[in-house]
Design a binder for this molecule. Sequence first.
Ligand code: NAG
Ligand code: NAG
Ligand code: NAG
Length: 211
Amino acid sequence: MLFVVIMIMILITKIGNVSADLGACPKCGSLEVPYPFSTDDSCGDPRYKIYCNNGNELQFMSAEGFKYKILSIDLSANKLIIQPPDLLVVDDTTTTCYSSDFSSQGLRLDERLPFNISTRNTVMLFNCSDNILRSPLNCSSNSFCRQIEDKVEACRGTLCCHFLKDSHMTSYMIRIRSGGCTAYTSVVDIRPQDPVDNWNYGIELQWLTPN
Ligand SMILES: *[C@@H]1O[C@H](CO)[C@@H](O)[C@H](O)[C@H]1NC(C)=O
Ligand SMILES: *[C@@H]1O[C@H](CO)[C@@H](O)[C@H](O)[C@H]1NC(C)=O
Ligand SMILES: *[C@@H]1O[C@H](CO)[C@@H](O)[C@H](O)[C@H]1NC(C)=O
């Protein structure tokens, strides 16, 4: 009888464990995977799925399935910064003024997930076509994009613009397309006075705390 009771108690404990909140995931190489992020079905919260690539890099996936390297995670502020895409390399020698996520029209977040693009991002667009001038972008000769134009060689001399990704815009995408602008980068919390090499290149996302 005692044996049966013990068995039942063990069983209840096991079931209890399964239904309880899953804990933090194991490290990805030397990188912490803090809760609620989930690199595996067995840990974290599945709505905060990220990927451990090669055991040395964490990645965030867009709605289109394009993966972006996670540069930093600020747990206390519910913010993380992902790396803007590179320019598309056609072969060893030719780099085009197209972001490597061009085929998915830039970055788009799944609106059903608890992430959005924060309002601290200044987005710079390159190789824009004339018709984009009608939109609320700053494409003037003092635009911040002019300051980094020389660093983006494949885009040098193209029409470029910048805008602050503020609350008036959709917070789920940074769009590029043929006939619009074909490449972009982003700077978090831009300090125009600082040298461009010191700018914080990245796309800051924020997330809702799990309830
Ligand atoms: C464009 O941005 C630059 C740099 O912030 C600023 O000096 C300029 O006044 C802006 N131009 C327009 C048309 O908003
Ligand atoms: C700029 O974009 C247009 C399409 O809008 C494309 O035809 C052109 O090749 C692009 N320029 C560069 C330098 O990539
Ligand atoms: C983005 O999400 C945060 C919380 O995660 C929320 O406070 C903020 O209002 C959202 N921003 C926009 C523009 O939807």
